[in-house]
Design a protein around this ligand. Structure first.
Ligand code: ZN
Ligand code: ZN
Length: 339
């Protein structure tokens, strides 16, 4: 039986082990992908640490997957072997529940299909996917370039394009890490006056290179006050994972403005008085589904947005994962399958 390399988590809280497994066969209605690259996302800790109810172990993490369709199971229409595809966090949906029939595929009620969480993901030479989870990957992007766009890219791009901000309005991006360095690029390319908010003056040059119109150093300046001096932010894209950093900018939302939350903080303190007097909102944003990923990739090609990546071969997965958790990576970490 032909075998492949896979990186599995044996149990919640367990290590990342490189193992040999039989190459999986795509059952009816499924496709097999030969994986070329897979990003390492902070949310992979959900699988590694068992933070999602009902994960079955051993489990292969990875939801920033790019490769080619390798084999198509019975009954799959619209996809053929050889096509370049990507898979993100959304691993599919039923298409017939009430949420799906209202177009809210991300909130499918029948099952949660989360790549690398409820099924094996992309830290492997091959993976099985549901066809509705596939995005087409343009030839202009290498696998390693496209991989981080399947989660960090779609999350920031899709959030910004649905944020209600219009061209020329102020959009602030809080945090200049894996999400934020993409968020600044997308916001600038979409025509917003993009304000990057980071910690330390040394990040200003980077922010400007990425397209920021202004930079606010939250260590030496009050970011909310600085935003108000500029007129207030129509949208604040909160990418950080520290609640106090989010709360510190909330005072800078413009009248009728919105703070969009994509950083997963457990709780956030916010002033209802400020919000009702200035008619503001706070909104969470789910990354998106496969067509949103495809739009993200197409816009990235069109506008020249690229993720800055540190690339590791699959064998060095433990080093790569530690690099991601250290918060020191500039800015996304990607595993490459082929040697
Ligand atoms: Zn992710
Ligand atoms: Zn559904």
């Amino acid at each position: 039986m032909p075998v492949m390399r896979a990186v599995q988590v044996p149990k919640a809280g367990g290590p990342l082990e490189i193992v040999e497994r039989p190459i999986p066969e795509p059952g009816a209605g499924l496709v097999r992908i030969k994986v070329q690259a897979c990003g390492i996302c902070h949310s992979d800790s959900v699988t590694k640490e068992g933070l999602f109810p009902g994960i079955q172990y051993p489990r292969v993490p990875g939801h920033e997957v790019v490769g080619t369709v390798d084999e198509v199971g019975a009954g799959v229409a619209g996809w053929a072997p050889g096509e370049r595809v990507g898979v993100g966090w959304n691993g599919g949906y039923c298409g017939y529940c009430n949420s799906c029939r209202r177009g809210n595929f991300f909130a499918c009620e029948t099952a949660t299909y989360a790549t690398g969480v409820t099924s094996d993901g992309g830290y492997a030479d091959y993976m099985i996917a549901r066809p509705e989870a596939l995005a087409r990957v343009p030839a202009e992007l290498s696998a390693a370039e496209a991989a981080p766009l399947m989660c960090a890219g779609i999350t920031t791009f899709n959030c910004l394009r649905n944020s209600g901000a219009r061209a020329g309005e102020i959009v602030a991006v809080v945090g200049l890490g894996g999400l934020g360095h993409l968020g600044v690029q997308y916001a600038a390319r979409m025509g917003f006056k993009t304000v990057a908010i980071g910690r330390g003056q040394d990040k200003e040059a980077l922010a400007k290179t990425l397209g920021a119109w202004r930079y606010i150093d939250s260590q030496t300046q009050d970011p909310a006050a600085e935003l108000l001096k500029l007129g207030g932010a129509k949208v604040i894209l909160a990418t950080v994972t520290a609640a106090d950093a989010m709360a510190a900018v909330a005072g800078g939302i413009a009248v009728n403005g919105t703070m969009m939350l994509i950083g997963a903080v457990p709780t956030l303190q916010i002033s209802p008085v400020q919000m009702l007097l200035r008619q503001q909102s706070v909104k969470g944003w789910y990354s998106g589904t496969s067509i949103d990923s495809q739009d993200t990739l197409a816009f990235s090609v069109l506008s020249g947005v690229r993720s800055m990546n540190e690339v590791f071969p699959l064998e060095r997965v433990n080093e790569a994962y530690e690099r991601m958790t250290s918060g020191k990576a500039r800015f996304r970490v990607v595993l490459k399958m082929e040697n």
